[in-house]
Design a protein around this ligand. Structure first.
Ligand code: ARG
Length: 570
């Protein structure tokens, strides 16, 4: 099914194309009415096109209304103010749409979904614990991936792990000299972090260690067997550790190529940049200078000692993707501190004439307000601890609310509610603002939180179960009736779901979906308060039951786009 806006657009388009055959009209735009007095949807078509058509907008609006093509969608159009079209939908049409929800797939014919959308997210650096920035990148990237899939794109999720660079020479030395096997078995990444810090300390007193590290790195890059084996081991223990967190959070990737994968492409990239006169030699290094008006800092692509840099690997990555995928678009998710890096290498690929759409989706820093984590130094927060803490707190709440549930059930609920609350705390915010993380707020069953939405879902499920106990089984063919304003308001909001996802995906802002779901839950609650479902005449009961069930299915699908699970009972 196509979105409701597109269906209305088509009717208006068919109308005006007959009326103004030889005019080059601006496209028709439909927006949700800001107030129910103004109908269900509005269009400013008449004002937008009054110059082109030649006439006053009100007269154009009247012409549209009087000649509206026959349709089953629009009940009436009122003209307001300078010439707004206030569009009221037929209840039968609205009811039919509700019946199709979760039964028919949405179609977004206006999108060019050909090819692959490659999303680069999470991307931690090997032998380091993921920090809170990687948490945000992981959660936001995963949600963007889900939304693009919903729109019908083929999506490739790539974990561009940092598995190449000078740190490996130091790690190899640290591993050989200072590794504590016991600790390494217990938590490999933590121990690797420790030996790395030890290297930094030791090299202050023994500067020759730096040279040794460079040598080990060189040996690694030249394929030395022993160093290569160690490097592989560092990657393996790191990915094993990250994998535990990913699976706990329901995160998956299609590829884990990482920086090293592109190593062999880098000399060619530098050569191409030099040949095209884009990179020049500057004090022995190879540098790209940008036109002054771009206000972008120069970018080093190869150091004097021949080493390649972060930007070089990203340029090589674009080259690889263009050659090996049918790229529709490249999306990168990182924190705000990398904006310059992306500006630089995006510009360089443009200068190379590699024509491809790229988007850097950046986000602000997440902070903790309640002291539990803020005492840690730096912003290294162990995700595992974070998830455990969320689960522990969720368990307490569930235990208090529903002590009669089995231990297994309570644990399951706690895991889902805990992880959901953490994800939602992130995704429900405008990603470009700093997120302040407060446990009590994010785990509350009231307000704009995951538990509130999960609870709304479970509540509808319980209503459906109670109806079934009374032998009132959901009937998908029933006619939907609108007796109450709240009923119709809920239905109207339900029809908005696909358009909201479209907007959220295009701007890479999952918070638009979160806002929508919060509103949906509130609308459902006011519907449920004024429209009892059980113990009504059959026609009313079945109609309301279906409306409730469709609300549940949109809630579930919407939460799924945020990577959040639902529970049948809570
Ligand atoms: N590994 C980098 C970091 O931890 C993030 C990589 C982001 N992706 C990219 N293609 N540059 O900061």
């Amino acid at each position: 099914m196509i979105t409701i806006e597109k269906q209305i657009e088509k009717i208006l388009f068919d109308t005006v194309k007959n009326l103004y055959v030889d005019k080059d009209l601006k496209p028709i735009e439909i927006t949700v009415a800001t107030n129910e007095k103004f109908g269900d949807f509005q269009s400013n078509f008449a004002m937008m096109n009054s110059k082109i058509i030649g006439g006053n907008p009100r007269a154009i609006a009247e012409n549209v209304v009087n000649n509206l093509v026959e349709n089953e969608v629009i009940d009436k159009i009122e003209i307001a103010g300078p010439g707004f079209l206030n569009i009221f939908l037929k209840n039968t049409f609205l009811g039919e749409i509700i019946k199709k929800i979760s039964q028919e797939k949405y179609e977004f014919n206006e999108l060019d979904t050909k090819g692959d959308v490659i999303i680069d997210y999470s991307s931690p650096n090997i032998a380091k614990r993921m920090h809170i920035g990687h948490l945000r990148s992981t959660i936001i990237g995963d949600s963007i991936k889900r939304m693009y899939k919903f729109l019908g794109y083929n999506v490739v999720g790539d974990n561009h792990i940092g598995d190449w660079g000078t740190q490996f020479g130091k790690l190899i030395i640290g591993y050989r000299n200072w590794l504590n096997q016991e600790a390494y078995k217990e938590n490999a990444i933590e121990e690797l972090e420790r030996v790395y810090v030890e290297f930094t300390k030791q090299s202050e007193e023994h500067p020759e260690l730096e040279d040794q590290a460079r040598e080990e790195l060189k040996k690694l890059q030249d394929g030395d067997e022993e160093n290569y084996r160690l490097w592989q081991e560092f990657i393996k223990v790191s990915l094993d550790e990250y994998g535990k967190l990913y699976s706990r959070m329901g995160i998956t990737f299609d590829t884990y190529y990482g920086e090293s994968f592109y190593h062999n492409l880098m000399p060619g990239v530098v050569k191409e940049l030099e040949e095209k006169g884009i990179a020049v030699e500057d004090q022995g290094a190879k540098v790209v200078f940008f036109p002054e008006e771009d206000k972008i800092n120069p970018c080093i692509i190869q150091k004097r000692d021949g080493a390649f840099l972060y930007a070089t690997s990203d340029i090589a990555t674009v080259k690889y993707r263009l050659e090996n995928y049918d790229v529709n678009k490249l999306i990168y998710v990182t924190d705000e501190r990398q904006q310059d890096h992306f500006r630089q290498f995006f510009k360089i690929t443009d200068m190379l004439g590699w024509n491809v759409e790229k988007q850097h989706v950046w986000f602000g820093i997440m902070r903790f307000s309640d002291g539990v984590f803020s005492t840690r130094k730096g912003n290294v927060i162990r995700l595992e601890e974070l998830l455990d803490e969320g689960k522990r707190r969720a368990y307490e709440i569930v235990n208090e609310k529903n002590s009669e549930l089995s231990e297994e059930e309570k644990n399951n609920i706690a895991e889902i509610v805990g992880a959901g609350a953490i994800k939602y705390a992130d995704l429900s915010q405008n990603r470009q603002t700093a997120v302040i993380f407060e446990w009590d707020k994010i785990l509350s069953f009231e307000g704009n939180t995951a538990p509130y939405l999960q609870y709304s879902y479970a509540r509808i499920k319980s209503i459906l179960r109670r109806a079934e106990e009374q032998n009132k089984v959901l009937n998908k063919e029933i006619k939907i009736e609108f007796q109450d304003k709240a009923e119709r308001g809920l239905a109207h909001h339900l029809t908005q779901f696909p358009s909201v996802v479209l907007k959220a995906a295009e701007s890479c802002r999952p918070n638009l979906v979160a806002d929508y779901l919060f509103e949906l839950s509130k609308k459902f609650n006011s519907f449920y308060n004024s429209c009892p479902i059980l113990n009504q005449e059959d026609n009313v009961l079945y109609s309301r039951l279906l409306l409730a069930e469709r609300t549940a299915s949109v809630l579930k699908e919407g939460l799924n786009l945020l990577g959040i699970n639902t529970l049948e009972r809570m």
